[in-house]
Design a protein around this ligand. Structure first.
Ligand SMILES: [Zn+2]
Length: 635
């Protein structure tokens, strides 16, 4: 394994080949510790990562390694615990730790890392293979069932953990384990000269990241071979079918987002990674078409993806029911990661726009204010009387899941979040997410002071000189920039570019009026309803904010009434909206929930006028279970 000696620690997904945009080095971006995202990073380190580690012990994911590593002549004692992909939840948590060490230099987990590295070194087979399910369950053989065993998915997460730990703490033990496994993976062959692919894409991105970290071209070649092989129905379709495994169409021909949404989005991120390194334009063209399908016709207003519970899958275009939204947390994270890669490839504002939507809504809603409870599925409506809180039917966030993919996925994203805010080179800096912090390109550093996303006033202070690009969000109509006596109107939905000198201060004002949003008519499930947004935030009405005796289901919004913005000094919901409308009495039906006439007919019971509160969707379900809705019927 050749390892380059010159090493500037990088953040996530930094292309080796020059791309349109160049991410900042790992320690060149810092979110302000008191900003919403900075505080989330602290919570992630103090609560979420330790919580993940506790649950990985409690559910046996660590023990799976221990029993194999410590196996004496009698063989391993006890049974394999958890789902066959249990290793990956440990790997994702290790990735989070790698990024967290890179961010803060913490030594909190040094002993744990040493113990886990030893366990993995002992568990890893002579040939480099490592998977505690296949190695620890009698009768299983490596790659006997690549459709369901997640062996390459698992390898991918180990590789990504090792890359993060190498970037974060120069850790070579995990990188050594990962490269031995990757060398094994790169040589995998189905007996006819084809690579073996996995039912769950993920290893593609990981192999490209390993190539970036080590400079070893074989890993990029292995990723290219994975992408080229997929879609030729080489996997046993089984009961889920080829679509579920993303094996139904070659990647360059697959231009509609279909099948299992997380697999679809991981595959897209991996294909974009391959494009970023080999410049194969046919891949980028296919990804642009696929992106249009996923984000143009199949995305929730919260930035979530995947509307069907069955197969955790994308639905038809515009099939976006708010109550039955599957909207897996991992899909929002995968969408964020794919958009980052598309942004680096093209520099187009729409990709950063969608990262922001997902981050402040779909992803932010996944985690409780304690950092220790999580949604797997993220519906946009919960009815009064909804019972239960299992994986895909939530009324509250759960501390852990039988399929625990989401919590450690959140941990690894949040620990590396500062790496996704800005890009830059010697000649300039580009701000993609407008968040308080300091972002330093080699020639130009900018400090951002703002209470964004709760407020649209942003002060930028330059150290050094060069071209500064700032993304003006698509919703920011009427945005202005002031520098000294100059005041400029800015176009929304694109980057504003300006030359800055050392010490320059620019005041950006992004107007954030509450805004009513309607869905395309083809989103039948919410026809006749409106959602309320302010800046990048989607709002929701929750039962906890309604007076006794009024149910969420009774509310009808008056779209002509003014909406008041309330700023409060409260962590959970620093901004609330006051809306007006009516509460329509619920009329008991005789034996079925249908009646003749219209809801406004004279013989119906009179509605009462009501003012009611909406909170950021991301904050819902932090005050006990209760009904909630994003889309409000109008008067
Ligand atoms: Zn998940």
């Amino acid at each position: 394994m050749p390892l380059e000696t010159e090493h500037v620690a990088q953040g996530p997904a930094v292309p080796r080949r020059p791309a349109t945009l160049t991410p900042l080095a790992l320690r060149s971006a810092e979110l302000h510790p008191q900003s919403p995202l900075g505080r989330w990073q602290s919570l992630n380190a103090a609560a979420t990562i330790p919580h993940c580690l506790e649950n990985l012990e409690a559910t046996g994911a660590v023990q799976n390694f221990r029993r194999l590593a410590e196996a004496g002549p009698e063989g391993p004692q006890g049974k394999f615990a958890g789902p066959w992909f249990a290793d990956t939840d440990l790997y994702k948590t290790l990735e989070a730790i790698g990024w967290e060490i890179g961010r803060t230099g913490t030594a909190t987990w040094n002993d744990l890392l040493a113990e886990l590295a030893t366990l993995m070194e002992k568990t890893q087979a002579e040939d480099g293979y490592l998977n505690t399910y296949v190695q620890g369950v009698e009768g299983e053989e490596p790659f006997a069932h690549p459709d369901y065993t997640h062996e390459l998915y698992s390898a991918g997460h180990l590789i990504q953990a090792a890359v993060a730990l190498h970037r974060g703490r120069q850790d070579r033990r995990f990188l050594q384990i990962a490269t031995r496994l990757a060398d094994f993976v790169a040589k995998l062959d189905d007996g006819e000269g084809n690579p073996i692919i996995d039912g769950h894409p993920e290893v593609e991105t990981a192999l490209v990241e390993l190539y970036r970290e080590t400079g070893e071209k074989d890993y990029l070649t292995a990723a290219e071979r994975q992408i080229d092989r997929r879609g030729h129905r080489s996997l046993e379709p089984g009961r889920f079918g080829s679509l579920y495994y993303q094996d139904h169409l070659p990647v360059r021909e697959n231009v509609e987002a279909l099948g299992h949404s997380v697999r679809q989005l991981y595959l897209a991120a991996g294909a974009t990674d391959v494009y970023l390194e080999n410049g194969d334009e046919s891949l980028l063209r296919a990804m642009e078409k696929l992106w249009d399908s996923a984000f143009g016709t199949k995305m929730y207003i919260t930035g979530a993806h995947g509307s069907r519970h069955r197969d955790e899958a994308y639905g038809d275009p515009f099939e976006l029911p708010p109550d039955r939204a599957y909207a897996e947390t991992c899909a929002s994270i995968a969408a964020f990661q794919w958009c980052w890669r598309m942004l680096l490839a093209t520099g187009e504002a729409r990709y950063a726009e969608e990262m922001e939507r997902a981050l402040f809504n779909g992803i932010a809603a996944s985690t409780s204010h304690t950092g220790k409870a999580f949604f797997y599925s993220n519906p946009l409506q919960l009815r009064t009387g909804h019972e239960g809180s299992d994986e895909d039917s939530p009324s509250e966030r759960l501390p852990w899941y039988g399929c625990a993919c989401c919590p450690p996925n959140i941990a690894r994203l949040i620990a590396s979040l500062q790496g996704y805010v800005a890009t830059g080179t010697e000649t300039g800096l580009q701000l993609h997410l407008l968040h308080a912090g300091t972002y330093a390109a080699p020639g130009l550093s900018v400090t951002v002071e703002t209470e964004y996303p709760y407020d649209g006033d942003i002060v930028l202070t330059a150290v050094g000189s060069g071209e500064l690009s700032v993304r003006i969000p698509a919703w920011a109509t009427g945005a202005t920039a002031e520098r000294g006596d100059n005041r400029l109107s800015l176009e929304s939905g694109q980057y504003w570019r300006t030359e800055v000198e050392d010490g320059d201060q620019i005041r950006l004002t992004l107007p954030m009026p509450p805004t009513l949003v309607r869905a395309d008519d083809r989103v039948d499930a919410v026809r006749g309803s409106l959602a309320v947004t302010r800046g990048p935030l989607v709002f929701a009405v929750e039962q906890a904010d309604l007076p006794t005796g009024v149910l969420v289901e009774q509310l009808h919004l008056d779209p002509s009434a003014p909406i008041t913005v309330e700023r409060v000094t409260e962590d959970l919901t620093p901004v609330r909206l006051r809306l007006s409308g009516i509460a329509r009495p619920l009329e008991p039906a005789l034996y079925a929930p249908y009646s003749t006439g219209t809801a406004t007919s004279e013989d119906s019971v009179s509605p009462t006028s009501i003012d009611f509160t909406a909170i950021p969707y991301s904050a819902w379900a932090n005050r006990g279970p209760g009904a909630m809705r994003v889309w409000l019927p109008v008067l």
